[in-house]
Design a protein around this ligand. Structure first.
Ligand code: ADP
Ligand code: MG
Length: 292
């Protein structure tokens, strides 16, 4: 049965745009020692844009950009949408490109066949560290600015490097500093590379980050964090985050997140305002004192 104090906490939270799916989650939230955040779409808006493009000397820029746009057009990933938009912006007359055998490798990139060539578009590990070496200087600099680096490879040659910048949410920095004051440890978990992850974590003021994490590894990290901090919350927005949300003591979804994340979560930030997390923790701690 639900106590009047719990009911009042839930309706109080609801007025501020925080949806609790039951009294037990308010109680659990009051015991949280650490919070793990997904990066893209959670700490950031999840709407990246292409800011830089570099091409190999021998590459045909127009053709390469068109092929990358056509391949990424078949992916729903936010990075893919940004690359497709960019490609369209570069051409008044979009050349028609036939894409065959397009495959998505979650957390790594995509592959496809175009004009009998095998294309690979994705992170440095995916296209091969050795091949990416030729662009090491530019990519290190771009990543230090918090940009995500995407390589495009045709057969065995890297033909282009794209940098994409996502913007941090308005509420992110304040939310993290409020959590620090509430003595809650913050962690960012991302599939993005080490350098980009560090730049974003630094900008947000996050205590600790885990980079190059494959979608299926998120759950393991959440479990490890539970061993270390006992009670943790996980905040995410994507399909990939759902298992991690379910493995945390409190799973939190962004209101504009995907259906599966919203369904799995114990708590939803209807207005995508991360600062509401600290307010809710304070509310839950107060409620706990009233109950006991
Ligand atoms: P995040 O944790 O930021 O949400 P993901 O796990 O979705 O990231 O992806 C991790 C990395 O895999 C991206 O930073 C990118 O390098 C690569 N990647 C994923 N999807 C694509 C795609 N459609 N095209 C190119 N690269 C991709
Ligand atoms: Mg995300």
């Amino acid at each position: 049965s639900i106590t009047p104090a719990t009911l009042s906490a839930i309706s109080n939270a609801a007025r501020k745009g925080v949806l609790f799916k039951g009294g037990i989650h308010v109680e659990n939230l009051s015991h949280i020692n650490a919070i793990a955040f997904d990066k893209t779409g959670t700490l950031t808006k999840g709407k990246p844009e292409v800011t830089d493009a570099y091409f190999a000397d021998e590459a045909d820029k127009t053709y390469v950009t068109a092929v990358v746009g056509a391949i990424e057009n078949e992916s729903t990933h936010p990075l893919a949408q940004a690359l497709t938009t960019y490609s369209k912006q570069q051409h008044d007359d979009n050349p028609s490109i036939d894409v065959h055998d397009m495959k998505t490798l979650g957390g790594k990139g995509v592959t496809a066949i175009v004009d009998n060539q095998k294309w690979e578009i994705g992170n440095p590990d995916f296209v091969g560290r050795k091949e990416a070496e030729a662009f090491a200087n530019v990519s290190a600099e771009l990543a230090a600015e918090g940009k995500t680096i995407i390589f495009a490879k045709a057969d065995d040659t890297i033909v282009a490097v794209f940098a994409l910048k996502d913007t941090i949410r308005k509420s992110t920095k304040k939310a993290i500093s409020k959590l620090k004051k509430a003595r809650i440890h913050t962690v960012m978990i991302t599939g993005d590379n080490e350098r980009t992850a560090k730049a974003v974590a630094d900008e947000a003021g996050i205590d600790h980050y885990i980079a190059s994490c494959l979608p299926q590894e998120k759950v393991e990290h959440v479990k490890a964090l539970r061993e270390k901090y006992e009670n943790i919350a996980m905040v995410g927005d994507g399909i990939n985050d759902a298992p991690a949300l379910a493995s945390a003591n409190v799973g939190v979804a962004m209101g504009e997140g995907t259906g599966v994340a919203l369904e799995t979560a114990d708590m939803v930030l209807m207005k995508n305002n991360l600062e509401r997390i600290t307010n809710s923790i304070n509310l839950s701690r107060r409620m706990n004192r009233i109950v006991k």
